[in-house]
Design a protein around this ligand. Structure first.
Ligand code: BDR
Ligand code: CA
Length: 312
């Protein structure tokens, strides 16, 4: 099995992705870290603790950053994920407390303990990962792989601005640091996640006694309605696509090269891959590690994985 640290801002599609990570036999969920994004850090941390209770996993949940490295957060997308981040279903509070360590310390501790065989799946802003790199400069030696849901690499296909995707524009400085570190990032961005569309019919096979899958189904109602305004029948499977990449990377086709993130200006949050095979004069992409950016996906294959987790 593949040991996973799941960094998340639950988040309706985050909740589905967490269920997939917990239930798929190829993955061993060893830690969950929270990050502001779909709601503020208090709400997403409460949500993660509640999901742990309902889903029944025992990995530690650690609270992450409340603000980006530039010191901002919000506004939160209540019209997509609800005021509570989970489509209005979350309880006001939970009895469990998060791990006493901040998220970036837990990431480093778990990675070192596992001796190099850990995959980080990050489906929110990349602030915790950037803080973990600053806290522990040898961290990349202990990480097998980093898989992120984030970015819009095709150009003009962002979801917050034409240039930028939410998880990247929420902390572009952190994202640029993460793409500058000496590890391999598999980026699963809007270029592929918008090809993975799920409909509410996919919940038809959820068993009546399965409170975990029912939570994901019910939380998805508001999320699904948000997509109506684009005239889309169904909704995008963003975060579960990143988990699917940890289970079956062969479902994706990648292009390789160094990546930069635009930190300021009208294109703030844009992710730009410099293809390894193309020649350019010296520039800002030099001396940066190569990453793998997904441009094609077997959408049916990803949906099958999610569907079997929901119907288990
Ligand atoms: C990303 O933004 C969040 O709203 C989703 O959970 C997903 O991680 C999509 O741009
Ligand atoms: Ca997310």
């Amino acid at each position: 099995t593949r040991k996973i640290i799941f960094d998340t801002d639950p988040g309706v599609d985050d909740a589905a992705a967490l269920l997939l990570a917990h239930r798929h036999p190829a993955l061993d969920l060893i830690g969950v870290t929270t990050i502001f994004g779909n709601a503020d850090i208090d709400d997403v941390t409460r949500n993660a603790l509640w999901l742990r209770e309902v889903f029944g996993f025992d990995a530690p949940v650690a609270r992450g950053a409340a603000l980006s490295l530039s010191g901002d957060a919000g506004p939160y997308p209540e019209f997509i994920h609800g005021v509570d981040g989970l489509g209005g279903l979350a309880p006001a509070s939970v009895s469990e407390e998060p791990d006493p360590r901040p998220a970036h310390v837990l990431i480093s501790d778990l990675a070192r303990k596992a001796g190099g065989d850990v995959t980080i799946v990050a489906v929110g802003r990349l602030t915790n990962l950037a803080l973990a790199l600053m806290h522990d400069e040898k961290l990349p030696n202990y990480i097998r792989d980093v898989i992120i849901m984030g970015g819009a690499f095709g150009g003009g296909n962002g979801n917050v601005t034409p240039a930028a995707e939410a998880n990247i524009i929420g902390d572009p400085v952190a994202a640029d640091i993460v793409f500058g570190a000496n590890w391999t990032v598999h980026a699963v961005g809007l270029d592929v996640t918008r090809q993975v569309m799920m409909t509410e019919e996919m919940f038809a096979g959820v068993k009546s006694g399965d409170t975990a899958a029912k939570l994901v189904r019910d939380a998805s109602k508001l999320y699904s309605r948000y997509h109506d305004r684009f005239g889309i029948d169904g909704f995008y499977v963003h975060d579960s696509s990143a988990v699917a990449c940890a289970i079956s990377p062969e479902l994706f086709t990648f292009r390789e090269g160094p990546v930069r993130v635009v930190r300021e200006g009208i294109a703030r949050g844009q992710t730009i891959l410099r293809d390894v095979d193309t020649f350019y004069p010296p520039g800002a992409w030099d001396n940066r590690p190569s990453h793998k950016v997904a441009f094609e996906v077997d959408a049916k294959g990803v949906l099958n994985l999610l569907e079997s987790a929901l119907q288990q």
